[in-house]
Design a binder for this molecule. Structure first.
Ligand SMILES: [Zn+2]
Length: 311
């Protein structure tokens, strides 16, 4: 066979990348620029050991959803699990909603074809491949939310109405549930870091004040968690309620962003079971705000954008 000097395929989607080049700083790694998976670097160790198909699809989704202008992620043997855990796991109905939202966001206006291209944009909706997107698109069409021709697909008026509805509730809503200790000492971190980081990335923070001595989670809180797209949970102060609320969100299969003051995380105060998660261990309010903002963009793609119903 001999050595072929040709460029290898993209290690995440196994198709030819735009370009792929060796790290010039002496690291044993590749840089990849792929129309499907975006830009990322990947160590030789990962390429040589190979990735399972069940790892490739979420890693591709993770890399593609990093916003333009942000630092491209590096995939190495010791962060694969962490990166995969940051990708939301959608149920089939949530996948339909997510595809409809993406198609709408990538439409210039009423009756215009969406620029969403299943062949290259499937990682944006965390699908395994274009085939899965085509299946979901047919289902959206069957429900009357999109219609199409050989030229492409566009949202119908029922589709735009459905979008308005799903953006008000559930995993495609704009709402972000904030679970944290309600104590005077925490108001700075909420007002100056958590709330602004959520707003700047295009979402609405929701914080439910309640009496700390009532050590139970009421139905209202569970309902609000259900209606939220993801959760920001700050474990500083080690409140029972924060663990419980994060557990509910995990049970719904939605994303929880873990935060804690670095002093408490270092002090090993955190409950053992949650130490496995990728915590934002902030050292200051500014640090918390910047890292939370970056984390939201990393897990949620480019954010919901300024979505307006055209026409
Ligand atoms: Zn790729």
């Amino acid at each position: 066979m001999g050595i072929q000097p040709t460029e290898p395929n993209c290690p995440l989607c196994d198709a030819p990348p735009n370009s792929m080049w060796r790290d010039r700083g002496g690291r044993d790694a590749w840089y990849v620029d792929c129309v499907r998976c975006g830009r990322f670097s990947i160590t030789d160790m990962v390429v040589i050991n190979g990735l399972e198909p069940t790892q490739k699809a979420p890693l591709s989704a993770f890399c593609r959803r990093v916003p333009r202008g942000a630092e491209p992620p590096t995939i190495s043997s010791n962060n694969i699990t962490k990166l995969i855990s940051m990708i939301p796991q959608y149920t089939p109905p949530e996948k339909l909603d997510s595809l409809l939202e993406r198609m709408g966001r990538m439409s210039a206006g009423l009756g215009e074809y969406t620029t969403f291209d299943p062949a290259k944009d499937y990682p944006l909706v965390i699908a395994k491949n274009a085939g899965e997107v085509n299946f979901l698109t047919r289902e959206l069409q069957r429900r009357g939310y999109v219609d199409g021709t050989l030229e492409g697909f566009y949202l119908t008026s029922s589709g735009w109405e459905r979008l308005e509805q799903i953006r008000k509730s559930g995993p495609t809503s704009n709402r972000v549930f904030v679970a944290m200790w309600f104590q005077e000492s925490m108001s700075l971190i909420y007002d100056e870091a958590i709330a602004p980081a959520i707003r700047e990335s295009g979402y609405d923070p929701l914080r439910i004040d309640r009496h700390e001595h009532v050590n139970r989670i009421d139905d209202e809180i569970i309902a609000q968690i259900r209606r939220s797209r993801f959760m920001v949970a700050d474990f500083t102060g080690q409140r029972y309620g924060v663990y419980f609320e994060a557990g509910i969100m995990l049970g719904l299969g939605r994303t929880v962003i873990w935060m804690c003051d670095k002093k408490e995380l270092d002090g090993e105060k955190l409950h053992f079971d949650v130490r496995q998660f990728n915590f934002i261990d902030y050292e200051s309010v500014q640090d918390a705000r910047k890292r939370l903002y970056n984390r939201i963009l990393a897990i949620e793609g480019e954010g919901p954008g300024q979505f307006e119903k055209p026409g």
